[in-house]
Design a protein around this ligand. Structure first.
Ligand code: EPS
Length: 375
């Protein structure tokens, strides 16, 4: 299974092509649109989300709601394109308008300008923008529907915003509650504090990031590999999380805390009862030796603060080489909720690919039969 995305933030549309999907998978378009709406939601988003109302149009690969086994292609139209046509139209436009030279620290602007030999950072930021993730949510929700047929589910929540952290422990079932909360947090009073922090950052023209926890329930053991480094499940999943805009750190299970503890407090002891191996703890986060071990997979990702600050950071004008204040027109103050949905989605896509490459199969019946035979 392979996903290609295309599209500029203020261009006509975001496009995706998923290759390698088996035939016979039922596609629920309403669910795809529900996750697209969730990606747009959350406390701290900026003005752009009032313009967009993301909906996926499936263009190929599905007939009468079932996949055909052919490439599934889709589009999400950018409503804002109508306001940008005169500076973005591929057929011809006025590129002298909306130029960006006061490159933003933390954004792709400066390095992209140099790498792609451009004079206008708009030619960089339009694609580097996190708007691209709408396409990854569409593909991720298709993958989520594929995994669901095997009994594999993905959920998550926002654990911290700008250092305001929830250290509670939650069962998988409790996580779904997060999506009805303004910041996808599970502790009401911590969430209130985080919302107040976002309010004050907005007034100051500043931004915030946070930590997001993603969990996978129901995946059987043995996915990934201890034989080939490139097939290690933790490497694949961490790579998927790191591919999301603004993610600067990822961990599995205890993650960075492992380094501070003795082995006896880290490794999950093994038991056997009623013909089944099990562990009473899950510090490994469901992955040992690069393979799923049948426990819940626990991933955490750190999102940096949005790099467009209304108050502007010190920078240099790319064209004049003079000191300047970085460009800012409108911006999100905090997009941790969007990141939560995106991280679930890329986890789903990466896992679906791992499952397909292990099980093979051209149609869903074949895949379900092969999965059921596994321990
Ligand atoms: C983004 C800048 C903002 C965000 C955008 C990502 O867009 P604009 O420049 O149009 O105000 O809202 O995210 C989205 C549009 C989205 O749908 O997530 C950036 O520079 O990365």
């Amino acid at each position: 299974m392979k996903l290609t995305t295309a599209g500029e933030s203020h261009g006509k549309a975001l496009i995706g092509i998923i290759e390698g999907l088996p035939s016979g998978l039922k596609i629920d378009l309403a669910e795809i649109n529900r996750y697209l709406a969730l990606r747009q939601s959350g406390y701290g988003r900026g003005g752009r989300q009032k313009i967009e109302k993301d909906e996926a149009e499936i263009i190929s690969g599905v007939r009468n709601t079932f996949t055909l086994g052919s490439p599934l292609s889709f589009a999400v139209i950018n409503r804002d394109y109508e306001n940008w046509r005169k500076v973005m139209a591929p057929e011809g436009c006025d590129v002298s308008q909306r130029q960006l030279a006061k490159v933003r620290p933390g954004h792709a602007d400066l390095t992209g300008l140099i790498k792609y030999a451009q004079n206008d950072a708009r030619n960089i930021l339009e694609r580097a923008s996190a708007r691209e993730t709408a396409a990854r949510v569409v593909a991720g929700t298709v993958s989520r529907q594929f995994l669901k047929t095997l009994g594999v589910e993905i959920s998550g929540y926002v654990k911290s915003v700008c250092g305001i952290e929830d250290n509670g422990e939650y069962s998988f079932g409790q996580l779904e509650e997060a999506k009805s909360q303004p910041l996808f947090m599970l502790d009401g009073s911590i969430q209130e504090r985080a919302m107040r922090k976002i309010n004050s950052l907005k007034e100051e023209g500043d931004t915030a990031g946070g930590i997001i926890e993603i969990r996978v329930k129901g995946l059987k053991s043995g996915f990934g590999s201890c034989m080939r480094y490139a097939d290690k499940l933790d490497a694949i999943l961490c790579g998927a999380l790191m591919s999301v805009q603004a993610i600067k750190g990822v961990e599995v299970g205890l993650g960075f805390s492992c380094a501070q503890l003795e082995g006896s407090r880290v490794h999950d002891e093994i038991y056997y009862e009623e013909n089944k191996f099990f562990r009473k703890t899950n510090n490994a986060g469901g992955i040992e030796g690069g393979m799923s071990n049948g426990e819940e997979i626990v991933l955490r990702a750190a999102m940096k603060p949005i790099p467009t600050l209304m108050k502007g950071l010190n920078t240099v004008d790319y064209l004049t080489k003079q000191p300047a204040v970085a460009a800012a027109e409108r911006s999100d103050v905090c997009a941790v909720c969007a990141a939560e949905i995106i991280l679930e989605s890329v986890t789903a896509s990466a896992l679906a690919e791992v499952v397909c490459s292990r099980l093979g199969g051209d149609n869903m019946d074949e895949i379900i039969e092969r999965y059921e035979k596994l321990q």
